[in-house]
Design a protein around this ligand. Structure first.
Ligand code: GDP
Length: 533
């Protein structure tokens, strides 16, 4: 039985040293050439960052065995590095306080990982590797710790992945990683072949934007040994066949529409074709969403990222109307407009690593549909939920604006500016809010009149809140007959408004305002409402 190489993936936050590590292992220097930072390890000096959390969640969901490299130990203050050596051997030469510092960092890491549901420990302290995640302190820069890292990787693979490492002799099975235009080759795909064998001239099936793609392998290209498929230093080498597991570039006709993340199958017998195509479609359809539900529109560059986005949205209970691979098009905006009529908070487009097509841009300008896009999933989600919150509170504010809210004020002694027509008195707002046009009652529930104006230090204001001392003018009463210095007056909140406030907007009122609503209710219960004569 053939044995394939395991597929090891390096995940981690940007700048935590993934590229440097791979370079060190291979003795190459891709990091010096890498333009942006494409790959996603934990930097011991920084700890766990959001992209790492995202990776951890994916590892958990997929039950993938993993270990954690705690990189940059050379940066621990006082650490004495010995290049390329064993971490454990190297601990002998460290001062005790440096080792304590390292241990504290490792404990912090263990604590953080346990919050995400993983038990972890330093690799040499673990008894049962099936229950505990190994933390391997190392430095991609000096190479120390890498012997242990490699030994752990090989050991875990042999213990936990024996079954998965045998391959069948049959046709290839793999996953499309990237779809890329290559000079002289046209649109090619980078694929991970995880089982079987792929040969030049094999028929393959995979998913395209608009259905199944069926084509024949024109050329198989591999990066030179120890080079990177993402950024090869040299031209690729042509090969006739490749056995799993291997990363390979496939050139073939008609790959323009290929979807990153699609499964890819070799067809060695036409009678199996229909079945394989069904499997491809099945896997793609399980990720895409197309409904007439009231929900958000989701677009991503690849099936994997689309799945990650839709999964996160489902966890947050955000309904999805449409989820697909591809740039944001006019149709997406039109769909969002349909949603807006039913639920404005769901009328939004979320995009991961995608662009806005020009006609979509035009439509967005007209329709004003918000688009949240970026290259970090949690940030796209966060931007969206912040927007929803802001919209909600703006909506609440507008609705509350239409209601008469409770207020309680006391007429200050010695501050009668005018006795009547209208009466103008200085007041202190004891609770709630007072605004022009608010009706006012006295403490026995009798209607006194309507607030005409509220002035703060001689200037008209639209409202005065608790704690403020202002002058108010009230149309009807006569000071000395209907109202007196030292009187407490209330805003006369209509029963309907009071009911809406204390139910729908309860969370938006202070405990003091809620108590005031109760006080008002007891005033009106005790007293038949009357009008001053
Ligand atoms: P990536 O974004 O995860 O691929 O990170 P890089 O490999 O590009 O590293 C980011 C930065 O951290 C670079 O400046 C590296 O030189 C530095 N770096 C990586 N590994 C180590 C390490 O073990 N020790 C120290 N001191 N610096 C490191």
């Amino acid at each position: 039985m053939a044995i394939r190489s395991p597929i090891a993936v390096v995940l981690g936050h940007v700048d935590h040293g993934k590229t440097t590590l791979l370079d060190k292992i291979r003795g190459t220097s891709v990091a010096a050439r890498e333009p942006g930072l494409i790959t996603q390890w934990i930097d011991l000096t920084k700890g766990i960052e959001p992209q790492t959390v995202e990776s951890l969640n994916i590892l958990k969901a997929r039950k993938t065995p993993f270990l954690v490299c705690c990189n940059k130990i050379d940066a621990v203050p006082g650490w004495k590095s010995s290049p390329d050596g064993s971490f454990l051997a190297n601990t002998d030469q460290q001062r005790p306080e440096v080792l304590t510092d390292l241990d504290n960092r490792i404990y912090t890491m263990m604590g953080t990982l346990s919050r995400y549901g993983f038990r972890a420990d330093r690799f040499d302290r673990i008894k049962d590797f099936s229950k505990t995640i190994a933390l391997v302190p190392s430095s991609a820069k000096t190479g120390e710790g890498l012997p242990e890292l490699m030994a752990m990787l090989v050991g875990l693979t042999q213990i936990f992945m024996k079954g998965e490492l045998t391959t069948s002799a049959g046709p290839a099975e793999g996953t499309v990683l990237e779809v890329k235009e290559e000079p002289g080759l046209g649109v090619t795909i980078d694929a991970m072949i995880y089982d079987g064998t792929i040969k030049v001239d094999d028929e393959i099936v995979l998913a395209g934007r608009n259905g199944i793609l069926r084509t024949r392998v024109r050329a198989l290209l591999v990066p030179k040994p120890l080079d990177e498929i993402r950024d090869p230093r040299d031209k690729f080498s042509h090969v006739e066949h490749v056995d799993a597991a291997a990363g390979i570039k496939i050139a073939a006709q008609g790959l323009d529409d290929a979807i990153a993340g699609s499964p890819i199958y070799g067809v060695d017998n036409p009678s199996k074709r229909a079945d394989l195509e069904k499997r491809v479609l099945g896997e793609v359809e399980s990720v895409k969403v197309s409904t007439d539900r009231t929900g958000v529109i989701v677009k991503a560059d690849a099936l994997g990222s689309l799945e990650a986005l839709t999964t996160s949205l489902s966890i947050s209970k955000v309904p999805i109307r449409l989820a697909d691979v591809g740039e944001i098009s006019r149709r997406d905006v039109v769909e969002a407009e349909v949603v807006r009529a039913k639920d404005p908070y769901l009328a939004a487009i979320l995009g991961f690593n995608v662009k806005l097509l020009p006609d979509a841009e035009e439509e967005i300008k007209q329709a004003g549909i918000p688009v949240f896009k970026g290259d970090i999933i949690y940030r796209v989600l966060e931007d969206y939920s912040r927007w929803v919150e802001a919209q909600r509170s703006a909506g609440v504010k507008a609705e509350m604006e239409l209601l008469i809210r409770p207020g309680k004020m006391k007429i200050l002694k010695g501050f009668v500016f005018r006795r009547n027509d209208p009466a103008i008195v200085g007041v202190e707002i004891l609770e709630g809010i007072v605004k022009p046009k608010y009706p006012v009652i006295n403490s026995s529930g009798k209607r006194i009149g309507i607030v005409l104006r509220v002035q703060d230090q001689g200037k008209d204001v639209t409202e005065a809140v608790r704690g403020k001392q202002v002058a108010v003018s009230i149309d009807k009463p006569i000071v000395g007959r209907h109202i007196f210095e030292g009187d407490v007056l209330y805003v006369d909140v209509p029963v309907k408004h009071a009911t809406t406030l204390s139910s729908k907007f309860r969370d938006h009122l202070s405990p003091g305002e809620l108590a005031l609503l109760d006080e008002l209710a007891s005033i009106s219960a005790k007293n038949a409402l009357g009008v001053i004569s």
